[in-house]
Design a protein around this ligand. Structure first.
Ligand code: ATP
Ligand code: RIB
Length: 315
């Protein structure tokens, strides 16, 4: 495995289109996770903006990309709050449809012991047409990056991958087994260690390089496995493997959405023209900064903070 340097590149040229979930996160912070059947007292309760798709869209926009979000919310105040949150960061939300008769998605999150547990109630995130191109109406060019996750119906993800004219990135979260046809459409597959084991169909003990080899044999162009405080390992388009460091956090406040910060910024930097290894350095820095504050979107760095962290000096 090799290390590498990062160079400066201009603002994003391509566009990032995120196809994914939009949630309102209900967060409780506690000293420990309760066991089944146990009641404990929490320290704090928060309602924040989330959803893997929305989080990744915001992270990409904050990193400087032009971002379009395609997703679904209910006809309720939560849906409007989630949409407005993305728009505030410059995300084009014209692809966010309001669905009658169903609630905006929610996530119920416990933060404890420098980790979290999450239960998602999908709501509108699972109300899509059964057919049609999810990317219809977006500009779509060969420079563009389309980024999806697995909190929306599988068929929508597959149709987005088929319709993508640029590079299709899949963050396979929550973990699921994937057909070869979808893996083969992934320019970059992004997973954490647990997701990697499920998607590759190999136990974690077999190691990251074996899993990446298997996924590339099944058609993925490149594979990235994120490793929390240990950073990430990437296997590039040419089959070479490199480790990307994380930045140690003075205090780990809340890891929720660190993986989304990573995926969103990776997409933004690839759209800007970075090689994968450089893009992964920016992405890892974004993930590391995101664990220092509560919530997902609220914890993401803006472009200048990210730039200072990666390159070490102001513009
Ligand atoms: P989540 O599901 O909580 O959003 P994930 O499991 O998908 O996260 P991680 O591997 O935990 O993703 O984190 C993504 C990136 O964030 C890592 O590659 C790393 O760069 C950064 N990161 C995560 N946790 C830490 C930490 N404790 N300290 C520093 N950096 C971290
Ligand atoms: O990845 C973190 C996200 O997962 C949270 O924001 C929550 O909404 C769930 O979708």
């Amino acid at each position: 495995m090799s290390e590498f340097a990062v160079t400066e590149r201009p603002a994003a040229a391509g566009r990032v289109t995120v196809v994914g979930s939009i949630n309102i996160d209900h967060v409780v912070v506690a000293a420990k996770f309760p066991s089944p059947g146990e009641t404990i007292l929490g320290q704090q309760a928060l309602v924040t903006l989330g959803g893997k798709g929305a989080n990744q869209a915001v992270a990409a926009a904050l990193a400087g990309a032009r971002v379009t979000m395609i997703g679904r919310v209910g006809a309720d105040a939560e849906g409007e709050r989630a949409r407005a949150g993305m728009a505030r960061h410059g995300v084009d939300t014209s692809g966010v449809a309001v669905v009658d008769g169903v609630d905006t998605g929610t996530a119920w999150i416990t933060v404890a012991e420098q980790d979290n547990t999450i239960i998602v109630v999908s709501g509108a995130n699972h109300r899509w047409p059964d057919s049609g191109n999810p990317l219809a109406g977006t500009p779509g060019s060969e420079d563009d990056v389309v980024l999806a996750q697995l909190e929306i119906p599988f068929g929508v993800v597959t149709r987005a991958a088929e319709a993508c004219r640029g590079r299709f990135l899949l963050n396979a979260a929550p973990a699921a087994e994937l057909p070869d046809e979808l893996i083969a459409r992934c320019a970059v597959l992004i997973v954490n260690e647990h997701e990697q084991a499920v998607v590759a169909g190999l136990p974690e003990e077999d190691g990251i390089e074996a899993a990446h080899r298997r996924l590339r044999e099944r058609g993925a162009g490149a594979v990235v496995t994120t490793l929390g405080p240990a950073g990430a390992v990437i296997t590039d388009f040419d089959g070479s493997t490199a480790r990307v460091p994380a930045i140690p956090a003075p205090e780990v406040v809340d890891t929720t959405g660190a993986g989304d910060a990573f995926a969103g910024v990776l997409a933004a930097r690839l759209a800007a023209g970075d090689p994968l290894r450089e893009a992964a350095r920016w992405a890892s820095a974004a993930g590391s900064l995101a664990v220092r504050a509560p919530g997902a979107q609220e914890s993401y760095p803006d472009r200048e903070t990210l730039r200072r962290t990666v390159l070490g000096s102001p513009c």
